[in-house]
Ligand binder design. Sequence first.
Ligand code: ATP
Length: 464
Amino acid sequence: MANKDVTDPARMEKIVSLCKRRGFIFQAGELYGGLNGCWDYGPLGAELKRNLKDYWWRRTVQERDDVLGMDGAILTHQDVLKASGHVDGFNDPMSECPLTKARLRADQVPAAEPGTEFTFQGASDENSGKTSDKSITVLISAGKQDPERSAEKLAAQFYRELLGKGSKPVVGARTSQPGPREGALYNPENGVMLSEPRSFDLMLSTKLGALASDSDPKAIAYLRPETAQSIFCQYKNVLDSNRVKLPFGIAQMGKSFRNEINPRNYIFRSREFEQMEIEYFCHPNDGLRLTDEWLEERLKFYGEIGIPREKLHILDIPDGERAFYSQKTYDIEYEFPFGVQELEGVAYRTDYDLGVHEKGAGKSLVYFDEETKEKFLPHVVEPSAGCDRTVLALICEAFEEETLSDEKGKEDVRTVLRFVPRMAPIKVGIFPLLKKNEEQVRICREIQKMLQPWMNVFTTMQAQ
Ligand code: ATP
């Protein structure tokens, strides 16, 4: 298995630049300086994403007898998300770097290397005499030459910001001790100790109705943070209107919104993204077995779209780290150029979701098994994938630089995107050898028209 810590920022940079040049992905609102955490898919990107979504739908809904599709509203009743726990509890613990102001998710900050920790208690400006009594702590890893100087440099940078442009900070009292300190978090970029984690709400809300006023809490609706909740809320309607029996699933794909504090790694973590989720309802006795089966099913899917098994890592989330209601959770991770990161979660959520909605709405969601005469609240297995993350994995996987040499031995590097055919944004290209030869162009057009109902055809012929 590959080393999980290996990253390749240069490769990632090339991918991002290629995606823009070739019209896969653009920054949303770029013309106006960009909207952070939001992306627009250009012609090739839209086609690639559509191929992925179509194939996911085909494999999960069309080709299975036990999964039905739905397409729920994005705007979500506040009571739904109150009952699910999102309104009060959907937040990330964030820590801030006092020097760079970068906000990092506290649960994702890597453990710091041993070294020496320096704390500075304040500074004064040599020019103006202005002072600051703010403190800053810096961890300089062992092995670094002249740790005092490195720490002082960072502290001077910090106080320069505080004392104003052009200031010449004279750094005051300093203490040192071996580090890292237990429980403390340090910015992996510079070693500066981060602030205590604070909760940041991830929910995006809006007001509904023409007369909605800012002070009317009832007018609040949320942009869904996941597609799952409308599935849970419509579970009974789907069941009753389709005469299905347990086990069965409801699949949905579509936009979700999270006010990520620190959108990053290109389209990997955005504020607006698409999910492809299945809620698979089952008897409590079958939950664990079905979780393993769904994991296998999903791994097979990734193989079919061109993401090889050896690039995927399965994280079996240990007891104590899973959501409290989950009896089993697997994260399927992919080796992105910026590190091994989650593509999809496959979680056995027990009867938590139907339970909270039963309580929240005050309506029974109990299932009656005609054969066994048993009544129970179904349990749920949830394979929940990110569409944009998968698109990014597909592009990363397809990206290849080929070195070619001409007959004189001169080398040239060309970039190739090797998508598997079912994902490829362009399926076929039609090029008349002689663009001015009317007969050739006519035949090419005929072939183009014949193929167009079935696939996206690329051609260099002028539109007629
Ligand atoms: P993470 O830990 O990376 O924030 P999560 O565990 O909160 O993800 P889930 O709530 O399980 O994610 O959502 C299911 C899937 O939706 C994820 O596996 C991921 O593929 C996708 N997803 C979640 N948040 C984002 C985001 N901000 N941008 C793009 N995709 C996302």
